[in-house]
Design a protein around this ligand. Structure first.
Ligand code: SF4
Ligand code: SF4
Length: 203
C-alpha cells in the first residue's frame, strides 16, 4: 500500500494549480506538451522509470493539470537521463526529453526546493569538470557533489571516505583514473559549453 503522502493518492486541488503552467513549460522548450493524450508509450520505454517518483506519462498529466509545485519538486525531472527514447516513441510528436529539460530549467530559475538535491549538484559539477578538462574526472565529480550536498566540508569528507574503497577498487581494475586528463581540443569543448549557456540565456 503506497504511503498516504504519495501524491498519486491525493486529490488534485484545482485552486492550487496554475492553469498556464503547460504554457510556461512550452515556452521553455517543452513544445506541444499540451497534446499529450496519456497513451503511456513514453513511460513504457523509459530506461530509468523505476527510479522516478512520477512516470513520464503521469508527469505530462500533472503539467497539463497545472500542478506546478508538484512537478517542479519532482525527482523525475532530475532522474531523466535525456536519452530521447520517449521522444522517439510519442505518437503525438511531443519531445518529452525537452519537456523534462524545461521543467529542470524552471525549477532552477525559480529556486525551487528539489526532492533530490544530488541531481542538480550532479549537473552543475559535471559541466564544470567538462569545461575544465574536456572530459569527466570521476573523483572530482564525487568531491564536488559532496561539497554541494552535504552539511559542510567535514560531512563531505566523511561521505568521500565512505565511497573511497569502491573508488580504489575501480582504479585497481583500470575503470577509474585517479588523476585528471585534459582532452587535446579543450577549446572546442569550451566553445560548446559557452554556446549552450548563451542559448539558455536567450530562452
Ligand atoms: S507517449 Fe506522448 S502522448 Fe503518450 S503519454 Fe507520453 S507524452 Fe503523452
Ligand atoms: S528522455 Fe528521460 S523520460 Fe524520456 S525515456 Fe529517456 S530518461 Fe526517460
Amino acid at each position: 500500500m503506497p504511503a498516504a503522502s504519495d501524491v498519486s493518492y491525493q486529490p488534485v486541488r484545482l485552486r492550487e494549480c496554475e492553469a498556464d503552467f503547460v504554457t510556461q513549460v512550452e515556452e521553455h522548450g517543452g513544445r506541444d506538451a499540451h497534446l499529450c493524450y496519456q497513451c503511456g508509450s513514453c513511460s513504457g520505454g523509459c530506461p530509468v522509470v523505476f527510479m522516478m517518483d512520477h512516470t513520464p506519462r503521469k508527469l505530462l498529466r500533472m503539467i497539463n493539470l497545472g500542478m506546478k509545485d508538484q512537478v517542479l519538486a519532482s525527482g523525475t525531472i532530475w532522474v531523466c537521463a535525456s536519452c530521447f527514447t520517449c521522444t522517439t516513441r510519442c505518437p503525438r510528436g511531443i519531445d518529452i526529453a525537452k519537456v523534462m529539460t524545461a521543467c529542470r530549467e524552471l525549477a532552477q530559475k525559480e529556486g525551487r526546493e528539489i526532492d533530490n538535491p544530488r541531481s542538480p549538484a550532479f549537473y552543475q559539477s559535471f559541466v564544470e569538470i567538462v569545461e575544465n578538462y574536456g572530459r569527466l574526472f570521476e573523483p572530482m565529480l564525487m568531491a564536488k557533489i559532496a561539497m554541494r550536498t552535504r552539511d559542510g566540508p567535514i560531512d563531505a569528507a566523511r561521505e568521500l571516505v565512505k565511497d573511497a574503497p569502491l573508488g580504489l577498487e575501480m582504479a585497481r581494475r583500470g575503470k577509474l583514473s585517479l588523476l585528471p586528463h585534459r582532452t587535446k581540443d579543450l577549446e572546442q569543448v569550451r566553445k560548446i559549453v559557452r554556446k549552450v549557456r548563451e542559448m539558455e540565456v536567450r530562452k
